[in-house]
Write a protein of this length. Sequence first.
Length: 420
Amino acid sequence: MLLSLPLAGAAPHQGSPRPAVRAASCQPAVVGCDGEADGPGSRVTLSGGPFLALVATAAVLAVVGAALWLPRTSRTVRGFLARVLAQLGVSLLVVVLVAVVLNDQFTFYTDWGDLLGTNKAAGEQASGGTSPQKALEAKPSGPGLEVARPAQLAPLPSPGQRLQNYSFTGAKSGLKGRILVILPAGYEDPANSARAYPVIETFHGWPGNPEVWTQAMHIGPDIDALTAQRKIADTIVVAPQLEFPPGTDTECVDGGVAGPQVETWVSRDVPDLLASTLRVRTDRASWATAGFSSGGWCSAMAAMLHPDIYGAGIVLGGYFAPEFGKTYRPFGPADPPAKRYDLLDLAQRNPPPVALWVHTSKSDGLSWASTARLLKDGRQPLSIQSVVVDGAGHRTAVWDDVLPEALTWLGRTVSGFKAP
């Protein structure tokens, strides 16, 4: 679940620095060794009961004080200005209180350093399971991508454009939805007519839409820049619709008899459509997932439950079991589907041969705990590479900054994405 947008009024991406990575000084199997942040008193947090109570008290006192004082001001220019300033001050405190309440619920910013951009951007590298190479060498069971490319592909919906929109009904899920596709430069060049491309399937957070990958998350320009540096191959990016109907936090799961079959849509129908309409490679080393927030969960779920399709996954601020909201809950925690979607249990009981790159923050209440468990308990042939930072909130600007590092890892590690 969880919103993935920055706090109202905050700039989502204003030139914040790309984070550097430093090596962890502890054993790599356990992130941060003790699983704790720097210390309970090391930062003044912007969430939690004490700070919320402080701001709420200030707002209430301001409202009461204004109500008692304003009627007593004189009917002069000075009195008028005093009333205007008092009303502006009260309004500002109310807006701050609303922002603090939202931040307390969604942890967009963790402390003043995170809000002001002064926190250290360095992160700890840690790993779990086996090496990415061993994970990718394994041969998982499953049909893989069975759709054969037709001799003559259908014309693109928007010829001459790199951004393509498709709307179709999934043969396996029965869902009618849309996908956004970003083509690499030169895809339509006749000189590349025999060339097939690797694919990254992306998953947005909730609420959201596929366009977030071209707006808040700059995956197209990032890949172009890394391709120019020969750090990743030319790649097709696909961003499918995840909300059925729009606004529903489906958590990308199959919803049983009555609910939408979203897992089937993203992991079967979408790959099948691309394999039959675009020049894509079909080996699993040429398919990867990527997502942030609830889309990070979707990315991990698709890769770990379908290793015959995807060889790798990028998880940014994600988690490893579905977090349903109040309005949609297709199954309960004790129902059989809940166990299937428990990726932490899967990582111990029957780990899939998939290479994961995970980014989280020790201050991220949604992502950190489950990621720490995954790194501690994940077994081969699963591979987990992670970057863990301190004092970063749960928002797209954080993940957009680390996306080039994740893509660089993909191009360096996964054979289908290596630059020629």
